[in-house]
Design a protein around this ligand. Sequence first.
Ligand code: FAD
Ligand code: MG
Length: 293
Amino acid sequence: MNITQNVSNSMNWDIISDTQSAINKTRNIFQNDIFPNWNPINGEISFSFNGGKDCHVLLLLYLSSLWEYYMIKIHESQYDARFHVFPLDKLPTVFINDVDTFKTLELFVQDLTNRYNLQLYENIDTSKSDNTNTKRKSMKDEFVHYLQLYPRTKAIIIGVRHTDPYAQDLESIQWTDSNWPQFIRLQPILHWKLTNIWSFLLFSGEPICSLYQQGFTSIGGIHNSVPNPKLSINSTEGAKPKLLFEWEINNNYATPGFVNVSRALESYDNGYWPGWYLVNDDWERLGRIKQVK
Ligand code: FAD
Ligand code: MG
C-alpha cells in the first residue's frame, strides 16, 4: 500500500457527530430490521460489492454489525462464550465485473476479498478461449444467473445512497423492481452523505482505492469515468481546497497521520486533488462522462 502524509489536525465536530448518527442509524437497521428477518449466517443474505467507497463503508458496517449480532446471540445463550465459534467462515459477496472495469479497482476488490474473507462470486466468463473477461449480460441478467447459482439468497445488500441518480425515493428494505429478478434489496446507507462517507473511511484507516487519491469521486467504467473536474488543480488555480477530515486522518486506526491507499495500476497526471477534498453531493458524479442506469 502507498501512504500519503497529512499535516495539520483540526477537528470538525459537526461532521463527526453527524457521521456517528449515520452509523447508529445503519447499525439499527441491521440489528432491528434486517437480522431478525434474514439470517446472515445461512446464505440468505449476499453483499453486492464493486470496490467503490460506498459499498466499502457499508461492508465495514456490515462486518461490525455481524460481530455485534454474534455477541448478542452469545449473551442470550446458556453456554459460556468460550463454547461459541463465530459461525460464518466467509461472507457471500457478488461482484458483477465488466470488460471496462479499471484494473486498479479489480486489484482492489481482490485485495479486499482476502482482507475481509469474502466469498466472492465474480462473473468472469471462463468459456472464452482467449481468456479475456467478457461482459456476458446486463446487470439484471447477471443477478438472474447469481440467484440460480446461489438459490438460498433472499436478500442482497447494496451501497446505494439517496443522492445517487433515481435513488431519492428508495427505502432501506424493498423488493427489486418488477422488471428485475425478484429478491429483497437491503439498502442501509441511503441516508449517508458524501461527507459521512469520507469521514468514516479516512478514520477507519482501511486501504482506500487509489483512484480516489487520483481525483476520482465516483468510479464507473474505464470509458465513462475520469477524475472529478472540480478537483483539477488548474481549476482551483493551485489553491488547495479545504480539507475537512484532518482529524480523521491524523487519528485513524491503522496509520495515524497517513491515508492508506491501494496499489495503482492506472495512473493519472497528478493534476487533481484527492477525492476526499470534494464533499458536495451534487458534484460527486461530475467525473462520470455519461451516466448509465
Ligand atoms: P455505485 O454507486 O457504484 O453503486 C451503488 C451500489 O450498487 C454499490 O455500492 C454496490 O453495492 C452495488 N453495485 C454497483 N455496481 C455493482 C457491480 N458491478 N457489482 C456488484 N455490486 C454493484 N435498479 C433498478 O432500477 N431496479 C432494481 O430493482 C435494482 N435492483 C438492484 C439490485 C442490486 C443487488 C444491485 C447491485 C443493483 C440494482 N439496481 C436496480 C441498480 C442500481 O439501482 C444502480 O443503478 C446500480 O447499482 C449502479 O449504481 P451506481 O451507478 O450508482 O454505482
Ligand atoms: Mg456510489
